[in-house]
Design a protein around this ligand. Sequence first.
Ligand SMILES: C[S@@+](CC[C@H](N)C(=O)[O-])C[C@H]1O[C@@H](n2cnc3c(N)ncnc32)[C@H](O)[C@@H]1O
Length: 232
Amino acid sequence: MASSRPDPEPEPESVFPREVRLFTDSYSESSRFCFCGHELSITQNFGSRLGVAARVWDAALSLCNFFESQNVDFRGKKVIELGAGTGIVGILAALQGGDVTITDLPLVLEQIQENVRANVPSGGRAKVCALSWGMDQHGFPGNYDLVLGADIVYLEPTFPLLLGTLQHLCGPHGTIYLASKMREEHGTESFFQHFLPQHFQLELAQRDEDANVNIYRARHREGRPARHHPSC
Ligand SMILES: C[S@@+](CC[C@H](N)C(=O)[O-])C[C@H]1O[C@@H](n2cnc3c(N)ncnc32)[C@H](O)[C@@H]1O
């Protein structure tokens, strides 16, 4: 027979979890990643302050995997990373011998700097600078060999700014690698179909079906493209 007695009062301990992080609006987490024989320790500072910049996104991991599997050569190359977040991609490029500038909006730089300090031996070539797309690019040279970006194509109003920034930074013989989660709701595909091809030759270098991440390789077109407006 079922008992009609009410459930006992829960112990206070089971009502209030011991997980202190649930009561703070921000917390840090250090994670380890292995690429190209380097063990990277990356701190992510979660909370409202950094927003999407706080974490390592799938696209960043796909790009690091791609560099490893394709043996991309960074030695002696002048490299810049845009919208770096934690800086994991730029840090790997620096450890692989690149002369790397890692950039993002000003409030993200402290997190990147922390990760650079933890992973790049002093004397390594990784500097951290503020670069807001469409505003600051002219403060940087226009002759980078490699321009890198992971999951930076997700805000449609920024697409023209990002395009202008890529145009300026990528040297005449430079290569751009962009890894993107292909989110329909953010118009990501339209950037690669309509914006980038206006000024760059573009190829899909790799698609990770499970993560829905595309990696594109882009190079300046020779000469300026004719502006073509389809009539339908
Ligand atoms: C989705 S996060 C990707 C972070 C990192 N690349 C990754 O994949 O882990 C997008 C990044 O773009 C940066 N960002 C957004 N708008 C920007 C702008 N207008 N100029 C520069 N960076 C911007 C954000 O601060 C953020 O770090």
